[in-house]
Design a protein around this ligand. Structure first.
Ligand code: BV8
Ligand code: ZN
Length: 250
């Protein structure tokens, strides 16, 4: 028996002209990628976010931070997209003009068939020089988990020999302005925004669903837990993305 809220969400999707799908770490949870805030698996529980996801941390201990990101890149490379990523690619195929906006730094949307997701927080696969900013070679192979601080010295930039850093947006760093502008523009002009697997706590990304709601879009949230985005959601589907999203695209 499908709850009527799923029927309502399905009807909103069927009638939508311009769809935005906004995703967070929860959409990759069923691919085995730990989220940031869930108990037990949350990445931050095992490592102190402020100790690793800031420019200061990288300057203080580049090998620890590079080691952690290489471990995460390896985990993503060994993972596969799940039914949620595939259902999102189905939405894009059925609704031309759909824009996928993700806070995630993995490439699982792309590997599931999403054409060009907007990565608000960068990517594990786009390292760059911390000094001159030039793109660096995409690391290949696999790095073991840095056990309690095992360090991997970052590669040196081929151009200026500076340290190569992960191509992600750290706390205290500005989001890429062009990407954020395109994301806000998409949210402002959509008539349906699906927010999937985000705690809605990290700004300015967390503003995206609010922009859509303020400008009249319907908002459907998919998350097993309540979040601050409950306040703007027209439909709240409490459950796992890999279970619920395929119900919407059936
Ligand atoms: C900036 C890349 C200024 C790196 C990340 C006080 C108030 C407001 C803001 C701030 C504040 N204090 C400080 C700030 C600013 C700060 C911020 O927002 N802090 C928060 C924590 C309060 N923001 C910044 O620093 C940003 N920059 O403000 O710069 C500036 C301006 C101009 C010039 C210079 C500077 C930069 C923020 C970006 C940080 N980088 N990631 C990396 O990945 O290592 S953030 C990180 O958190 C990830 O990107 C992650 O995606 C993101 C958000 O988390 P979620 O994706 O939502 O994941 P989370 O684990 O939280 O939640 C998962 C959800 O999934 C849960 O709700 C769970 O219930 C659900 N779930 C679980 N399983 C499933 C599921 N859902 C569906 N299905 C399932 N199976
Ligand atoms: Zn350089």
């Amino acid at each position: 028996m499908v709850p009527d809220s799923v029927d309502k969400a399905r009807a909103l999707l069927a009638g939508a002209r311009r769809v935005v799908v906004f995703t967070g770490a929860g959409v990759s949870a069923e691919s085995g990628i730990p989220t940031f805030r869930d108990s037990l698996t949350g990445l931050w529980e095992r490592f102190d976010a402020q100790a690793l996801a800031t420019p200061e941390a990288f300057r203080a201990d580049p090998a620890l931070v590079w080691g952690w990101y290489e471990w995460r890149r390896t985990a993503v490379s060994r993972a596969s997209p799940n039914a949620a990523h595939r259902a999102i690619a189905t939405v894009e195929a059925r609704h031309p003009g759909t824009v996928v906006i993700t806070q995630n730094v993995d490439d699982l949307h792309e590997r599931a068939g999403s054409a060009a997701p907007l990565h608000l927080h960068g990517s594990l696969f786009a390292p760059r020089c911390a000094d001159c900013g030039r793109p660096a070679a995409r690391p290949d192979g696999t790095a073991d988990e840095p056990l309690e601080g095992r360090r991997l010295p970052p590669p040196a930039c081929a151009h200026c020999a500076g340290p190569v850093r992960p191509g992600v947006v750290w706390f205290g760093e500005a989001l890429p302005a062009d990407v954020l502008d395109r994301a806000v523009e998409a949210a402002a002009s959509c008539d349906l925004l699906l927010t999937v697997g985000t705690s809605g706590l990290v700004h300015p990304a967390a503003e995206i669903p609010h922009v859509a709601a303020r400008l009249g879009a319907a908002v459907v949230q998919i998350n097993p837990q309540p979040t601050p985005l409950d306040a703007v959601a027209d439909v709240n589907l409490h459950g796992a993305a890999a279970e619920i999203l395929p119900l919407l695209t059936r």
